[in-house]
Design a protein around this ligand. Structure first.
Ligand SMILES: [Zn+2]
Length: 111
């Protein structure tokens, strides 16, 4: 899916902070990272502002959303076009990460 089409679909709104921006300030973020086999199709890409994308940095999406509850609320509200299977995977990752941090042990990260 083309960048401009993704921005238009998401109404130029960052799914993490919920604010609207000019296209020049927006980036494309992949729900399932490309290194993990995620592609550029509509169900795997969301609009993110440059600031949020930078703040997310190298963190996995689940990690970022767990660290920043406000971003999680916005993501749930605005990332409506993400495929359900990606949302399920994300939910599972957040739950697993949360449990691991709570107890200090648990399953090793899946790779
Ligand atoms: Zn943002």
């Amino acid at each position: 899916m083309k960048r401009e089409a993704v921005f238009e679909r998401d109404e130029w709104r960052c799914v993490y902070c919920g604010e609207q921006f000019a296209a020049a300030l927006l980036t494309i973020d992949h729900v399932q990272p490309q290194v993990r086999g995620g592609d550029g199709s509509g169900g795997n890409v969301v609009t993110a502002c440059a600031t949020c994308n930078l703040r997310k940095g190298h963190r996995r999406l689940a990690e970022f959303l767990l660290d920043e509850p406000a971003a999680l609320v916005n993501f749930r509200q605005f990332a409506r076009h993400v495929w359900p299977r990606h949302l399920r995977t994300l939910d599972e990752a957040i739950t697993a990460l949360h449990r691991r941090r709570d107890t200090g042990h648990g399953a090793p990260p899946s790779r």
